[in-house]
Ligand binder design. Structure first.
Ligand code: PLP
Length: 486
């Protein structure tokens, strides 16, 4: 028997079965922790088994524990699905089992990244001469970009950080807003920059960094090295910082401006939304994801750096046994890993499948669907729109109309916070759609995030209907309780 063939066929069938049935399956997982432990928590065997059995057991035992995040009705966090060509290219990356560390270990993988990097800069409106790295996600893109920033700012002050470390070095100030994503804090920690050196600047009503506050902070200590963290697509409402104003101020003080654009950077790909990215190309580094809005499978983030040499010097390492290519690009010169998965294939495939117009259409479609969901659910009894999407992120809150306690007349009341969480849980429980909650300006809200290529108008309608039914049932339940009491 040809084990390889039969094993891969089982995987192929299971994959197709999963993807073809996404519309019929509940979006939320249906099994609980105990059940999944029972299904999957097997003892480590002394003897192995046939690969076919391993794979068919696996496909069976995960039952109920696979999140329907590939579905068109998954709106929680900012996750995104996976395009057909990207899934297939990712399988091939595993089958080819290439080490994408250097050109010498896989010439094709190296070239594909070289090509994809150029395409990405083009589609994201970033400077042509910027260097790049394909990393595991936006988190590691922050680490890569901020390592370049750390090198650059300290090098200018005569301090070689790669050699001497940070003890005794000039302290780098990190100026950010309190709306930043936690992954930048983790990058700051990993790089030894220290979260105690982060300073939180004032923001406006949309969570955008105040250029005045930035100017004031930089003028206080004009010659200290500083990194300014800005956002393209804040996580709750998707707002964009004022890049032209911020870069002008930062440049005056030689500060490095880093953009967290995990999903928002993709606004640049759409003629309709690219005005939001105005001036972003003047920043010093940019971090984004392929596994969110581009709909590449997980393990795909991108780092871009305007100061090529600082980027390379922060990452490079040369050893006598490595074979470095002279005219081609060795990936390990630019990213923090050594041996690595050839993740470039999936990105290359996704960009070819969509083309420039396809990416723009994907972005536009997701934004339209997000707007329609927020408007549709926002019209239901008790629903209150807190943020109608500017791009693909919106917020809806649910007021507990049946609650007769006097304080619940106040829309800020905690009883509505609690009710909002209950409604989200009830919608998720229907299996029809999946949302997450957040706290925005002190109020609990349901966050609507659309970034899946699969989401259709039908999904939007199905989602609104599910919310409508949940609200009707919850309203009746409260009425029933009320009737029972009186
Ligand atoms: C998801 C996200 C991140 C982290 O990206 P990963 O790919 O999960 O590492 C950072 N910033 C923002 C705004 C995000 O949405």
């Amino acid at each position: 028997m040809n084990h390889l063939l039969t094993t891969l066929e089982i995987a192929l069938r299971s994959s197709i079965d999963h993807l073809e049935n996404l519309d019929k399956q509940p979006v939320a997982p249906t099994a609980d922790y105990t059940q999944l432990r029972r299904q999957l928590g097997k003892p480590l065997a002394d003897q192995g088994m046939a690969p076919e059995q391993v794979v068919s057991d696996l496909a069976r035992d995960v039952e109920g524990g696979i999140m329907g995040s590939g579905s068109g009705r998954f709106f929680c966090w900012v996750i995104g699905g996976a395009l057909p060509s990207a899934v297939a290219a990712d399988w091939l990356a595993a089958a080819w089992d290439q080490n994408a560390g250097m050109y010498a270990t896989s010439p094709a993988a190296a070239i594909v990244e070289e090509v994809a990097g150029v395409w990405l800069k083009d589609i994201l409106g970033l400077p042509e001469q910027a260097s790049f790295a394909l990393v595991t996600g936006c988190q590691m893109a922050h680490v890569t970009c901020l390592a370049a920033a750390r090198h650059h700012l300290l090098e200018q002050r005569g301090w070689n950080v790669e050699e001497r470390g940070l003890s005794g070095s000039p302290t780098i100030r990190i100026l950010a807003s309190d709306q930043r994503h936690g992954s930048v804090d983790r990058a700051v920690r990993l790089l030894g920059l220290g979260t105690a050196n982060m300073e939180y600047l004032a923001t406006d009503s949309q969570g955008r960094l105040s250029p005045e506050a930035l100017a004031k902070a930089l003028e206080e200590r004009p010659s200290d090295p500083a990194i300014v963290l800005v956002q393209a697509g804040e996580i709750n409402i998707g707002s964009f910082d004022d890049f032209p104003a911020i870069t002008e101020i930062a440049q005056k003080h030689g500060a490095w401006v880093h953009v967290d654009g995990a999903f928002g950077l993709w606004a640049a790909a759409s003629p309709r939304y690219q005005h939001l990215m105005k001036g972003a190309a003047l920043c010093d580094s940019w971090a984004t994801d392929g596994h969110k809005w581009l709909n590449v499978p997980f393990d795909s983030g991108y780092a871009f750096v305007a100061h090529t040499e600082s980027h390379r010097l922060a990452m490079t390492y040369r050893a006598p046994y490595l074979t470095h290519a002279s005219e081609t690009r060795d990936q390990m010169e630019w990213n923090p890993e050594w041996s690595r998965r050839a993740r470039g294939f999936a990105t290359y495939a996704a960009l070819r499948e969509l083309g420039r117009e396809g990416v723009a259409a994907l972005v536009d479609r997701c934004c339209q669907h997000a707007t329609a969901i927020v408007a549709g659910i926002g019209k239901l009894p008790g629903a209150e729109v807190l943020w109608s999407p500017t791009i693909n992120q919106g917020l809806v809150r649910f007021l507990d109309l049946q609650n007769e306690a006097p304080e619940s007349k106040d829309t800020n009341s905690k009883s509505h916070d609690h009710f909002t969480d209950e409604v989200i849980a009830a919608i998720n429980k229907t299996g029809e759609a999946f949302f997450g909650g957040t706290t925005w300006r002190g109020k609990r809200a349901m966050r609507v995030s659309v970034c899946n290529w699969r989401t259709t108008e039908e999904d939007v309608e199905r989602t609104i209907r599910a919310a409508e039914q949940v609200l009707a049932t919850m309203g009746n339940r409260s009425e029933a309780q009320h009737a029972a009491k009186t």
